[in-house]
Design a protein around this ligand. Structure first.
Ligand SMILES: Cc1cc2nc3c(=O)[nH]c(=O)nc-3n(C[C@H](O)[C@H](O)[C@H](O)COP(=O)(O)O)c2cc1C
Length: 330
């Protein structure tokens, strides 16, 4: 793994990217490879990672989403297939989960987790999600002055109890949540959008108009698998979210369309297992990428993807990854 993540050394391509160019704090990443929320270790907060997995080599890590109050999560089973590693080995396109945002709540997160993040030699982003516009605002207010994260990612794939839909299903819900957060947040704010909307463009535009510094595209897509013999859904929650290989081309087109419509950086997420998967997002218009399910198949995945990107660029004499952003030829 030697050399992975080193940007711009003699003869090596520069991988450094900037995700919040218009924000006073900026969000400069050493390279474009981030760990997606909910997939940072087996519990979403780093369980299973070893000291050799040097997080400072990655662009950033995003621990699991924190909500206003603690959440127990959904009934088991929460994963399908049970092992993403085996699914990957068998080239299965389907990976489903219905975890249900199990988390200790933002108060405990800021009090107990953020001080640990502050000690890490890594760029950490805080992911948060609310049930209402007020909750988003409250949570953002609570983060003010707290150290340990460089930016906030809003998980907008969560039900808005006041309007009955997920926040990012509508330009209005998207805009209201971001606006509530931007009033209080001191750091850059990324808006993470849902994939299952008729048109991503009005949602992306609403997010940017409300002040989002960058867009993360996308979260999982609603899905269901039924076991024929038992006639039962495979997940305890009946339905869940599809991630992994099946999501990849869906996410690529969303990134492509959004990047044509807005001029803030976009982070591509969905089914990245290889350097080539990541580079496809960058050609489509992403400035950075997040690795999700691949971590659950192999905790070394983001390091391998990063190294593979570096090799791919080097072999083609591309000296700066920024030259590839949106460089798809259509
Ligand atoms: C087990 C699991 C838990 C997840 N938990 C969260 C979460 O807490 N917050 C969030 O914003 N996204 C969560 N996600 C979505 C991922 O961050 C990512 O957007 C999605 O899985 C697509 O990327 P992938 O195909 O690389 O997995 C979760 C995904 C998985 C597989």
């Amino acid at each position: 793994m030697a050399g992975a993540g080193s940007a711009g050394k003699a003869g090596q391509p520069s991988l450094a990217v900037e995700l919040a160019p218009a924000h006073p704090c900026g969000l400069a990443l050493r390279n474009p490879v981030m760990i997606a929320s909910g997939t940072f270790g087996y519990d979403g907060y780093g369980r299973g990672l070893t000291p050799e997995m040097d997080l400072s080599r990655l662009g950033a890590v995003i621990p699991k989403t924190l909500t206003r109050l603690p959440r127990e999560g959904n009934p088991e089973p929460r994963w399908y297939p049970e092992s993403y590693r085996v699914a990957r080995e068998n080239h299965e396109p389907v990976m489903l989960n219905a975890i249900g945002l199990t988390n200790p709540g933002i108060e405990a997160g800021l009090k107990e987790l953020a001080p640990q993040w502050a000690q890490w030699d890594a760029t950490v982003l805080l992911s948060m999600s609310g049930d209402s516009v007020d909750q988003f605002g409250d949570m953002a207010r609570m983060t003010a002055g707290v150290a340990g994260f460089e930016a906030i990612e809003l998980n907008l794939s969560c039900p808005n109890v006041e309007q009955g839909d997920l926040f990012s299903y509508s330009p209005r819900g998207t805009s209201q949540a971001i606006d509530a957060v931007k009033r209080h947040a001191e750091v850059p704010v990324l808006a993470k959008l849902a994939p299952n909307v008729p048109d991503i463009v009005p949602i992306a535009r609403a997010a940017v108009d409300a002040g989002a510094d960058a867009l993360t595209i996308c979260n999982t897509i609603p899905a269901m698998t039924i076991d024929l013999e038992s006639r039962r859904p495979v997940l305890g929650n009946i339905t869940g979210g599809l991630s992994g290989p099946g999501l990849h081309p869906v996410a690529v087109v969303l990134v492509y369309r959004a990047s044509q419509a807005v001029d803030v950086p976009i982070i591509g997420v969905g089914g990245i297992f290889t350097a080539e998967d990541a580079l496809e997002f960058i050609l489509a218009g992403a400035t950075a990428v997040q690795v999700g399910s691949a971590n659950l198949a192999d905790l070394w995945a983001p390091f391998k993807i990063l190294e593979g990107m570096q090799v791919w660029l080097g072999e083609r004499g591309i000296s700066d990854v920024n030259d590839l952003i949106g460089a798809v030829e259509v």
